[in-house]
Design a binder for this molecule. Structure first.
Ligand code: ADP
Ligand code: ADP
Ligand code: SF4
Length: 603
């Protein structure tokens, strides 16, 4: 008996009419006549009578796991729960369903962050804090009862919050994670969407700060993802609420937009005494924005634990280290490390292309791009940084021969595999069919190790492209791009909607791919940690978005970061314990000193 383990059956995957109950046939307790895996029968709240249930009392736990291996549809998850989890769950969705442990604490006047993977119960927690879900404390058969919840949290700050919530004194405003879905739910102009949220009379100022003015009269379905993200943030912040929940604020935004959003959120907390709860995977922004941090860990889809609040610095450091100190909990086998000094100063590969100075204009009064000539090497990962709308994809089209430069000759034409910033895959096709149509390597052990595993594709292979979440779609799109035969792989914002661990794994996959294939990879991203972990060298774009852009010659990391960050007037210091880069407070002593020294990143 393993009472510290959890058995989760995904009822969308369990298909007893197609499997012959392999799980039950092989389950060791079942084979000795015990009723460990049984049929649900007519009287369960969820699932078909023929689907299975697993007794967590009888199950031998993760070390057995035979049914997990036997199930042809990956419907079963058996996990040992950390011994440190002494309490019952806060909520369990049903028998053999996801269990959530711990709740975050929204605090007036403060920005509280949650750091952790997708699928770990963050939205479940927010449903509870918004009063839309009465936590059942693990007893899914019990009637909803707030008094039991209050009892559980007696004497804690959360109890005060919950009391006000139950009394109807807490109003909630939220920004959803996947802004791409907004046009499905709303049709009309941006102005119409935003005006109905203007409950605090602050909309005009927010619109101005976020630079949304140019799209106010445009239909929502015609605006870009980056614009949609800012509109959604404006809509959430314009409302009158006590508790604001923002599920990811950075996808599709460039760094200065990210910092503006962070400032707006902080001001609303501090000046208006509101509680802000933010889920975010861009660690530099999370660090800058939040006053305290809950780390979320567990097994996505099976169980999630939300820790008590930590200081932001400790929370991020412990997360990167993979070890939570107060909880005495290892959440990852290895630590994520940053190099303190500018790492690789030169590339070792052969030149892929030498290109001269280039000039391209889209016509009189239209956007124009100047490019400083340079060399791109094989086997290198070239980071590309700069604002949105500054000419990055224009340069890719010049390299691909899809556009001709007005000045400068390109005597090559590269095959470019391109992952766009906004991933739109909407064929009604399964992931495995889609990927095997791109590469003959699909399914080989090499491809599995290099691409499928690090991008966590195994569990989604049989799903339809149209049913994927934003993060899943991103991972499939990265895999599709890397699976193509090409001279140059160009990935535009691969970090969007990936959680921190997925970003690190995607980084490893991309780097390893470049090295093993003598491939050249260019990665455009606005997550400075991802750029740092990925890049051998940097190409910096500056100028005025939508008007004129300038691309620097590829430079070594230190010079590139200085070039880029001096434009933004942002400096980073190093965390003493982990060497992790942290954004300096503008005007602080370190900020001023580093600006004087011209050392913006590797100080
Ligand atoms: P996050 O916000 O961290 O991505 P969620 O709180 O949305 O995670 O979901 C956590 C887990 O709970 C997911 O595996 C999801 O499948 C499961 N889940 C969410 N809602 C329900 C529900 N109504 N019934 C059963 N399982 C659910
Ligand atoms: P980035 O990739 O840095 O976001 P792009 O290269 O896509 O930037 O675009 C730079 C600018 O050029 C944008 O303002 C965009 O609207 C404009 N642009 C892109 N393609 C065309 C085109 N075919 N005709 C006119 N303007 C264009
Ligand atoms: Fe049976 Fe549990 Fe082993 Fe699955 S993990 S086969 S339910 S004992």
């Amino acid at each position: 008996m393993a009472d510290d383990s959890i058995a989760v059956v995904d009822l969308d995957r369990c298909q007893p009419d197609r499997c012959n109950y392999e799980c039950a046939n092989y389950c060791p307790p079942n084979r000795t006549g015990k009723e460990c895996i049984t049929l649900r029968g007519e009287d369960t709240e969820a699932g078909d009578p023929d689907q299975i249930r697993i007794s967590e009392e009888i199950c031998l736990g993760e070390t057995c796991g035979i049914c997990v291996q036997k199930c042809p549809f990956d419907a079963i998850e058996i996990r040992n729960l950390p011994a440190e989890l002494s309490d019952d769950p806060v909520h369990r969705y049903g028998e053999n369903a996801f269990a959530l442990y711990g709740l975050p604490l929204p605090e007036p006047g403060r920005v509280t962050g949650i750091l952790g993977p997708n699928g770990i119960g963050k939205s479940t927690a927010v449903h509870a804090l918004a009063g839309e879900l009465v936590p059942n404390l693990g007893d899914h058969a019990a009637d909803a009862d707030w008094d039991r919840v209050l009892d559980r949290y007696r004497g804690t700050e959360l109890q005060n919050y919950l009391k006000r919530l139950i009394a109807g004194d807490v109003t909630v405003s939220r920004k959803p994670q996947y802004v791409d879905r907004i046009p499905d739910q709303f049709s009309g102009r941006t102005r119409e969407l935003l005006e109905r949220t203007d409950e605090r009379g602050d909309l005009d100022r927010i619109v101005d700060r976020l630079g949304i003015d140019p799209v106010m009269e445009q239909p929502i379905e015609s605006i870009s993802g980056g614009e949609l993200q800012r509109v959604a943030i404006a809509a959430a912040l314009a409302r009158e609420a006590d508790f604001y929940f923002l599920d990811e604020i950075t996808p599709y935004l460039d760094i200065s937009q990210r910092m503006t959003v962070a400032r707006l959120i902080k001001e609303l907390a501090e000046d208006e005494n509101r509680s802000m709860l933010v889920v975010e995977h861009d660690l530099a922004i999370l660090d800058l924005l939040t006053d305290s941090l809950h780390v979320a860990y567990g097994q996505p889809g099976a169980f999630g634990v939300i820790t008590d609040p930590k200081s932001v610095r400790n929370g991020i450091n412990e997360y990167l280290k993979g070890y939570l100190e107060n909880e005495n909990m290892r959440i990852r086998p290895s630590r994520i490390e940053f190099e303190e000094h500018a790492p690789r100063t030169s590339s070792t590969g052969n030149p892929l292309v030498d290109y001269p100075d280039l000039y391209k204009s889209y016509g009189e009064g239209e956007f124009e791009l100047t490019v400083e000539g340079g060399t791109v090497y094989e086997s290198e990962v070239l980071g590309i940084v700069g604002p949105n709308g500054i000419g990055k994809s224009t340069l890719a089209k010049l390299f691909a021969g899809r556009l001709e430069p007005d000045e400068g000759d390109l005597d090559f034409r590269l095959d470019i595999a391109y992952k766009p910033q906004y991933v739109e895959i909407d064929q009604p096709m399964r992931v495995d069919a889609f990927l095997s149509s791109i590469t003959d390597d699909f399914g080989t052990s090499f491809w599995n190790t290099e691409v499928a595993q690090p991008l966590q594709l195994e569990r989604i292979m049989e799903q339809n492209l149209t049913d994927l979440s934003g993060g899943e779609r991103q991972r499939v799109a990265i895999a599709a791009c890397l699976s193509e035969e090409a001279d140059l792989y160009l990935l535009d914002e691969p970090s969007a909607h990936l959680d921190v661990d997925q970003r690190v794994q995607a980084t490893t996959a991309i780097r390893r791919y470049a090295e093993n294939h003598d491939a050249t990879v260019m990665v455009i991203d606005h997550d400075i940690y991802m750029i740092d972990l990925l890049s051998d060298r940097l190409m910096v774009f500056d100028g005025e978005p939508a008007v004129r852009g300038h691309a620097s010659r590829p430079q070594e990391m230190r010079a590139g970061m200085n070039d880029f960050l001096s434009d933004l007037e942002v400096t980073f210091r190093r965390d003493e314990r982990t060497s992790r880069p942290r954004i300096n407070k503008p005007g602080s002593q370190k900020d001023r000193q580093q600006k004087r020294d011209g050392e913006y990143y590797y100080a």
